[in-house]
Design a protein around this ligand. Structure first.
Ligand code: HEC
Length: 194
């Protein structure tokens, strides 16, 4: 039995070698196939893309309770970059900038759906201005990062003009004033405060 076994081993030795080769090769093949399937999984499933919309169209509920959001900046007094915008010429004004869910830039740009609100007030109560910017995406406003601009009312809802139209828009909003001034903050995806 023992001897026979050795014989068999000797006879089959070269065969065994080639088998080992084959096994190694097929193992390699499996490794590659697995790597490829992991890659293709990434390509096909794209879970991140499914949760990140290509366009986000805000409505009045989008700004609800903004004063409880992450307060990312508080500025006081006049600001040279504000001129008369956002009550920037009033030395008693406080300007608070909130980002919903504390959104931040990812690779230099805010994700579609990012919502930011700025609330300007003064102690006398003569200033109560709320503006918003929302990353709408989908080529909505290509000169300034596809942001949509908003004027909000005292309740944080989208303000309406005399004809009942919502005060929102892109490049032409406020005769292009929002776009024009925020264009200076291009290095921070058109936000000044963060
Ligand atoms: C003359 C320049 C100017 C104009 C015009 C302007 N902004 Fe701003 N905005 C600023 C500056 C500067 C800040 C930074 C915060 C601060 O100190 O007030 C700011 C801040 C903001 C913020 C908070 C996020 C950030 O960038 O810091 C929002 C939201 C915003 N502006 C919306 C608007 C909207 C909507 C309009 C048009 C109706 C507009 N802005 C027009 C200069 C301007």
């Amino acid at each position: 039995m023992g001897l026979d076994g050795i014989k068999v081993y000797l006879i089959n030795k070269p065969k065994l070698k080639s088998m080992t080769k084959k096994v190694t090769l097929s193992l390699l093949a499996i490794v590659f196939a697995t790597a490829a399937s992991i890659q293709s999984c990434k390509k096909d499933d794209k879970p991140a893309d499914k949760t990140t919309p290509t366009e986000f169209i805000a409505d009045s509920t989008s700004f609800a309770n903004f004063s409880n959001w992450s307060l990312d900046k508080t500025n006081f007094g006049p600001s040279p970059s504000l001129d008369v915008a956002h009550a920037g010429n009033d030395s008693t004004v406080t300007r608070k900038v909130y980002f919903k869910n504390g959104q931040a830039r990812v690779n230099g740009a805010y994700p579609v759906g990012t919502i930011c609100v700025k609330h300007s007030t003064n102690p006398a109560g003569t200033v109560n201005e709320i503006v918003g910017m929302v990353k709408r995406g989908n080529g909505f406003n290509p000169t300034t990062g596809d942001w949509e601009w908003f004027m909000l009312d005292a309740n944080g809802k989208i303000a309406k003009d005399m004809s009942g139209m919502e005060m929102r828009g892109g490049a032409s909003m406020m005769n292009g004033m929002c776009n024009g001034c925020h264009g200076k903050a291009s290095s921070k995806d058109f936000t000044f405060s963060k």
